[in-house]
Write a protein that binds this ligand. Structure first.
Ligand code: SF4
Length: 511
């Protein structure tokens, strides 16, 4: 159906044209689709307690899980290192999915290659693909390091990465001393946070091998984990600068995923220098900002050095206080006055907004560490978490979340739903409604269905721009989170009171 060159319509208008409407009707008839009345009846039924009980009996099907698969996390870790090319041993389609997922969130190009396994490799093994793929990647893209992980296909047939990489080097694909860390990342277990941990540990194992532990070098390692807020990494660097503490970020993907546009394409912007990362066993301490994303890496650092390894999530006032006090204790340095002033501003802002959020019922979902940070923030604001959904949950997280909720009068009505998905959350929100929903972009379907205002926090965020450039950590991050949450509540207050002569008695100019 041709468009009028004088009046090009976008798809939202175009598909309302009679021609398209007729086409859609014909398609429904051809597919023998149920009547609109039947669709409405079933939709209404899905809001009921009866449907909720059936929904929670579901075992063999997951609908909209709040997680991604292991290699996606692995390649996010890999691009945090200088000159590093992620190489995924497996099928092309998986890697296309990872690249587009990350590019849609960050609005940045994401370079990752695959060994392009197809049917023959699935039957005979992917060694040939690995040998050719590593040679091509090394020659074409000239990286300083190639970090290899796997997709389901390579894992199902049992390809051995260590042996394959050694064979590829022996065949002359790469120089013998070229750095090729690797991690097996089977997606039928764990999630993107497991893949992040596996890859990070793999990279640090390779980089530290020639260096080992030679003694303290006065630095502190910080492991951000699967963190998609690039402002956070900049905020951590700023805090360390204010303290005067030498920092090694393991790993720093802030430049790669939020790089300046200066007219020239750089394939490997930023990243933790390989030499600095190789020294990580000689740091005075390691701080992980995400406990459930980094267990193997923390264990590797602790075992290799005996250095203190701690977890601190700098979320909200309490979480940031804890982080700064840990840093002060580990290094013997006092908390800078500038940060004390920032704390005062954040406390002032919390006090200004508290009346609007106090007592608000909240549903939230996301990765375990993000959810722990948000729970802590919500409780200090006096909000009441109700439904807490974490698809990639584990028992340790659930125990920690329940203990945190039990410690506050505002957490008493919350239920932690480990291993559940967003279709479960839909049932929860219909049967026990809330005032606010917090989560990634996939929550917009819950917003549409239930009418609950959505605050977009987490990964991925595809349908709003630039949020990943801001920090959510530290007192500055607390202000940003408060801003996003409170202004969503105020938008909703306006939306509920804007009908002239009916609800606009509450359409206030001042909130
Ligand atoms: S779950 Fe497995 S098959 Fe699916 S995208 Fe991830 S690695 Fe590929």
């Amino acid at each position: 159906m041709p468009q009028n060159i004088e009046d090009i319509k976008d798809h939202a208008r175009l598909f309302q044209d009679p021609d398209y409407q007729a086409l859609f009707q014909t398609k429904r008839s051809f597919e023998d689709a149920p009547s609109p009345e039947e669709v409405a009846r079933v939709a209404e039924w899905t809001r009921s307690w009866e449907y909720r009980e059936k929904n929670f009996q579901r075992e063999a099907l997951t609908i909209n899980p709040a997680k991604a698969c292991q290699p996606l996390g692995a390649i996010l870790a890999a691009v945090g290192f200088e000159g590093t090319l992620p190489f995924v041993h497996g099928s092309q389609g998986c890697v296309a999915y990872f690249r587009t997922h990350l590019t849609r969130h960050f609005k940045e190009p994401f370079s990752a290659v695959s060994s392009s396994m197809t049917e023959d490799a699935a039957v005979f093994g992917g060694l040939k693909n690995m040998i050719e793929g590593l040679e091509n990647a090394y020659t074409l893209y000239q990286p300083k390091m190639i970090a290899v992980c796997t997709t389901c296909m390579a894992e199902v047939i049992g390809d051995d990465l260590g042996a394959f990489i050694t064979t590829a080097k022996n065949e002359g694909s790469l120089p013998q001393d070229f750095l090729v860390p690797y991690a097996h990342t089977p997606s039928f277990v764990g999630s993107h946070i497991t893949g992040y941990d596996n890859m990070l540990k793999g990279i640090l194992t390779t980089l530290t091998q020639p260096v080992g532990r030679t003694g303290s070098n006065g630095t502190v390692n910080v492991i951000p984990g699967f963190d998609t807020y690039m402002g956070n990494l900049r905020e951590i660097k700023r805090i360390f600068d204010l303290f005067g503490i030498p920092l090694t970020l393991l790993a720093d993907n802030s430049e790669y995923l939020d790089s300046p546009n200066e007219g020239t394409f750089h394939m490997y912007p930023g990243g933790t220098p390989l030499e600095a990362a190789a020294q990580c066993l000689n740091a005075d301490a390691s701080i992980s900002l995400q406990r459930y994303t980094t267990p193997k890496t923390l264990e590797f650092l602790a075992e290799g050095t005996g250095q203190p390894t701690v977890t601190a999530r700098p979320f909200g006032i309490r979480g940031t206080d804890h982080f700064l006090m840990q840093l002060s204790e580990l290094t013997g340095k006092p908390i800078p006055r500038e940060l004390e002033i920032e704390r005062g501003r954040a406390v002032d802002a919390f006090t200004d907004s508290q009346a609007w959020i106090h007592g608000k019922r909240v549903a939230l979902y996301g990765d375990p560490d993000l959810v722990m940070g948000l729970l802590s923030l919500l409780l200090e604001l006096g909000a009441e978490p109700v439904h807490v959904v974490v698809t990639n949950s584990n028992e340790e997280f659930e125990a920690e979340a329940r203990a945190l909720l039990a410690s506050s009068p505002y957490g008493q009505g919350a239920t932690v739903w480990g291993g559940r998905d967003l279709w479960h959350l839909r049932s929860l929100m219909f049967t026990e409604p809330v005032d606010l929903l917090i989560g990634n972009s996939y929550g917009k379907y819950l917003w549409r269905d239930t009418g609950t205002p959505l605050v977009r926090i987490g990964y991925p965020i595809f349908d709003r721009h630039h949020l990943h450039r801001y920090p959510t950590y530290g007192y500055q991050g607390a202000l940003n989170l408060l801003n996003w949450i409170i202004n969503t509540i105020l938008d909703e207050a306006d939306r509920r009171s804007f009908i002239p002569g009916k609800t606009d008695i509450s359409f206030d100019l001042i909130r």
